[in-house]
Design a protein around this ligand. Sequence first.
Ligand code: UDP
Length: 325
Amino acid sequence: RPLKLVVTGGAGYVGSVCAARLVEAGHDVTVVDDLSTGHADAVPEGARFVEGDAAEVSQTLLADGFDGVLHFAAKSLVGESMQDPGKYWHGNVLTSLRLLDAMRAHGTPRLVFSSTAATYGEPDVAPIPESAPTQPTNTYGATKLAIDHAIGTYARAHGLAAVSLRYFNVAGAHGRFGERHTTETHLIPIVLQVATGERGQVQIYGEDYPTDDGTAVRDYIHVTDLADAHLLALDHARAGEHRIYNLGNGTGFSVRQVIEACREVTGHPIPAAVGGRRAGDPAVLVAASDRAREELGWKPERTDLRDIVADAWRFTQDRRGTAAS
Ligand code: UDP
C-alpha cells in the first residue's frame, strides 16, 4: 500500500536520496526543507515541496493525515557543533521535540529518524553493536542521542511506531542525487575535489592512531543501501516500540585506504599531507549491523569501496558538466 509521508530535510544529501527511493517505490512524498543546507533542485520529481522549518511546517501540515514522517532535517557538522552548541541543541533537539508533539497532536503513527554512530563516541569495541555504551564525544552526537531518548519515551507512552537508524559514514550517490555541501568537511568529497583540481591536496587528520597505518578507520556505506534501510524500517515499525539499528557494511577503511581508492577510481595522483588530529574524532568506527540484517531483512549491495567512490566520482563529474554548460 502506498504511504503518505513527510520527509523533513528531503533537499539534503541523504534525505533527497531517500525521498527519491520512496517516490520510486510509489509512495506519496512531501518534502519539508528550509534550504539552510539543502538545495531546492535536489527534491525529486514527483514529490511535493514545502519550504520551511520542519517543526514549524509540521504543526499544520500533519493535520492532512500522514502515515509517517522520515526526519532527516538536522545540523550535522561535528566541528561546528563544538563551536556553536546552541545551534545544535535548538536546531536538532528542540526542532525534533516540536515535531514529535505535532505528530502526537495529529495522530501521525510512524517515525523514522536519522541517528548516527556519533552517539557511541569512542567505543572500546569494534565492530559496534547497538548495545554498546553511548558516550558521544561531540555535541552533534549528544543532540542525536538526546532525540533518540525522547523518541523512546514518546513511543512507549503514546504508542508511536519509531525507528532510529544510526548511520556510519555515508558516501556515494544515487543517480542525480549526491553530496553537495557548501562547507565540505567529509573525506570522500574532499578527496574528489583534489581530483577535479578544486583543491590542491588533502590533509590527513592524524597519523598517530592505533590502527594499521596510523590513520583513522571508518565504515563507509553507500547512500542507496542506506536509503533502502529506511523503506524497510517503515515496514517494520510497530506501535509502542522504538527500535534502533546500526547501518554500516561492517568493514573499516583507513583514511589512507580511502585516498588510495580515490586515486584508482580517478587516475589522479591526489597529493596528501599529514596534519594533526581533528577534535572529537574517534580512532575506529565500524558497525555491527546484524540487527538490521536479521530484523529488517536489510542487505547492503554496494559494499565495495571502489564502487562507492566511483558513484561519488560520477556524480561530481556530472555536476561539474552541468555547472559548466
Ligand atoms: N578526514 C581527513 N581529512 C579530511 C576530512 C576527513 O583525514 O579532510 C578523516 C577524519 O578525521 C575521519 C575520516 O576522514 O577520520 C572520515 O571523516 P568524515 O568527516 O568524512 O566523517 P566522520 O567520520 O567525521 O563522520
